[in-house]
Design a binder for this molecule. Structure first.
Ligand code: CMC
Length: 431
């Protein structure tokens, strides 16, 4: 609930405006400018939303200076160590830790929605085999509204709930099938006796010709990757989902919009770009050359997996991910993996370099995740789809929160117009 006890005074166009100031549970105060245009005849200008809160939310909190990430108040470190992905999904969706009974019921509901409508296979088959799995995912998820008509009425809370469960349940199947299609292998159907992460690994790596045993340590690492990516408050893809949803679009269309936004290399595409960069660096002796390029204003190259709009300290997810990378590579007996050595040395050098120190650029979640995923056997093109399937619960939780918010309006930013003023049209023969 917003309280309006504090105000900020703004003098503009010779008028003095008293603007309400709201205090959040955590984080800086927020100046409420909703009446600014009506009362002051001005807009605010904030490209990239660097200082703008776009909504009220109870889901996720980030303290970028302290390197803190909380889902519904629970720290990411506790969740990564003690919880598991489906419990995290419950927390994000419903706000609290589930009882044992609630968790069992939730897991059963998700598990029984993992299959795709059989007709959707033909949709996959319409794509070129060499399509990027993210391209396939955007298309297939967008097409879900053509298959699940009974959960597209956003005014019906029950349908919203069913859409949320369907999306969380089906996304691993969609991501795995996008992968299977790209490598020319048969689709593997989900299995209800496996946990969420194991099921996903099996759908990616099993083939009908032989038995496949899921390695429990790899399943645990996959589950942790999913937990670490589950939500991140109003990032670009989540804001895209909210903006798409604000017009009343159905949830499948909104999540497809989120996947499209996530794909970019400044956002979810960074995990693929980061591993490709580490492989391009190749050996530790080449690191200085890449550090120099990252610092060169005339070179568009950036250190992928480094820097963050909100974190001006260690990304807490990167710390867990680094530990997980050591564990997984150790388990697989490839702890001397050259890419991991390059990553560690790159991190060490960058964290001692004045450019990165002064700009507060630290490793982010994408810096180590690709190393783990590659060691598990995933091609780089699958890294961002795995981010997308993990973030789906965050997107859908934020979308549900927005739809249920009575103050929700269509998102419609204003602009600072710098184009030509009104001018006369000139007939073509007179130009
Ligand atoms: N390498 C070199 N310089 C950098 C980097 C980097 N990775 N990131 C930021 N800078 C510099 C940038 O050039 C700028 O310098 P100056 O002030 O001299 O112009 C300064 O640091 C601030 O950068 P910015 O682009 O204004 O910051 P932003 O908040 O708009 O961008 C970011 C944040 C994540 C897009 C950016 O740090 C970046 O491009 N990082 C690499 C891509 C990446 O790893 N993205 C994943 C983010 S975490 C997961 C996710 O969100 O999906």
């Amino acid at each position: 609930m917003l309280d309006n006890k504090k105000t900020a005074t703004l003098n503009v166009h010779g008028r003095t405006l008293e603007l309400p100031v709201h205090s959040p549970t955590l984080g800086p105060d927020v100046i409420d400018i909703r009446k600014l245009y009506a009362e002051g005849d001005v807009f605010t200008y904030d490209p990239g939303f660097t200082s703008t809160a776009s909504c009220e939310s109870t889901i996720t909190y980030i303290d970028g200076d302290e390197g803190v990430l909380l889902y519904r108040g629970y720290s990411i470190d506790d969740l990564a160590e003690k919880s598991h992905f489906l419990e995290v999904c419950y927390i994000l969706l419903y706000g609290d830790l589930p009882t044992a009974e609630q968790l069992e019921d939730f897991e059963t509901r998700v598990t029984h929605h993992t299959m795709l409508h059989e007709q959707m296979q033909y949709f996959f088959r319409g794509f070129r085999r060499d399509a990027h799995p993210m391209a396939t995912m955007v298309g297939v998820v967008g097409a879900m509204s053509a298959f699940y008509h009974d959960s597209t009425d956003i005014g019906d809370p029950w349908q919203r709930e069913v859409a949320a469960i369907r999306m969380i349940a089906k996304m691993p199947t969609i991501a795995a099938w996008a992968y299977k299609y790209s490598v020319g292998q048969p689709f593997v159907y989900p299995r209800n006796d496996l946990d969420y992460a194991s099921n996903f690994l099996r759908m990616c790596f099993a083939v009908p010709a032989e038995d496949y045993e899921v390695n429990p340590i790899l399943a645990r690492a996959m589950d942790r990757i999913m937990t670490l990516h589950a939500d991140h408050e109003q990032n670009a893809s989540t804001s895209t989902v909210r903006l798409a949803g604000s017009s009343g679009a159905n949830p499948f269309a909104c999540i497809a919009a989120g996947i499209a936004c996530l794909w970019g290399p400044a956002h979810g595409g960074a995990n693929q770009a980061c591993l490709e960069m580490l492989q391009e660096i190749g050996t530790v002796d080449r690191i200085p050359e890449f550090i120099r390029r990252a610092k060169d204003k005339d070179d568009p190259f950036r250190l992928m997996g480094f820097g963050h709009r909100v974190y001006k300290n260690f990304d807490p997810r990167a710390k867990v991910m680094k530990q997980s990378a050591d564990e997984v590579l150790g388990l697989l007996g490839v702890e001397n993996n050259e890419t991991l050595q390059v990553a560690k040395e790159l991190e060490r050098i960058a964290l001692e370099d004045d450019y990165f120190v002064s700009k507060k650029l630290y490793p982010n979640v994408d810096f180590y995740s690709g190393i783990i995923l590659e060691a598990m056997g995933f091609p780089t093109s699958m890294f961002t789809p795995i981010f997308a399937l993990s973030r789906t619960v965050g997107w859908i939780s934020q979308w549900k929160e927005m739809i249920a918010d009575p103050s929700q309006k269509i998102g419609r930013p204003r602009q600072l117009y710098v184009g030509p003023p009104h001018r006369p049209y000139i007939e073509v023969e007179d130009r």
